[in-house]
Design a protein. Sequence first.
Length: 349
Amino acid sequence: MKENKKVLLGMSGGTDSSVAALLLLDTGYDVTGVTFRFYEKDNNTEYLDDARYLCEKLNIPHITYDLRDKFKEYIIDYFIKEYMSGRTPVPCTLCNNYLKWPILREIADKEGIYHIATGHYVQKKFIKGYWHIINGADPDKDQSFFLWGLPQDILQRMLLPLGGLTKTRIREIAAERGFMKVATKKDSLGVCFCPMDYRSFLKKNVDTESIKPGIFCDEEGNQIGIHDGFPFFTVGQRRGLGIYLNKAVFVKDIIPKENKIILSDNIKSLEKNEMWLTDWNITNEESLIGKDDVIVKIRYRKQANRCRVEKSGDGRLHVILFEPLASIASGQAAAFYRNNMVLGGGIIV
């Protein structure tokens, strides 16, 4: 598709995407808003009304796209299956890389729109022939960790109007334009379909016979307690274990077939010097494979380790850590960086 001044903006009805619409219009783009119906708790569609209202006020077209069935299949069912397999899912990563952005592109193609945009707090930069995701200017809101899987044909069409701004400034812009409801909306927290406790979500959506009490064991295999079911735990977990031993203990391993949780009081015993990734994406292999100045993150915040990445003979990525890293859980995402630039990522085996 030839480049034009048209942009399709994903609008959730929240503060970020609403201000993104304002900024894109200011820059001279012909904006069309699209609101995805992913998940509606208790059939609450207030977000749809808010998105429609803003588009009416700004005199821009608005599209509603129902993805509830696809979201359930690709995200919610995956989320449940991962926990029921003793793994730690990354629904926001999969949603962005395999659902939200690809469908934005698909709709844009149908509508004759070149650019696609969202209210993500990230930037992008063209380096050595490749587009890269770059950290957002607001370190507390940076969402680069979730976007390592996007291909070049999406990256080159992306517009990211919030990337160079802070959340505080975004709220100020909304207030200055007279959109006070937008300016004061609360931020969404956690996973959209279970923002608080995933355990309660599992209890409501999984057959009660599938989650049964099991045993806690120490590293020598001795039984030291009873737990409510292995899906309620993740590797590295310390709080909310439901066992009291007068000392801090961590989940070292999850054994689904035996409904067994292995606990350790030594965080060092959870450390590993390597990990393997599947379902990976690399922006530019020459800038990543075999290099010694790469940072890997397996958490959204407050963690970064130097590593070297190699391709293994079975098609996986082998990540050699320069310093041991604790709490590496199967199913988690790992993202690679150099400084503030995303180099790629994958899913931990």
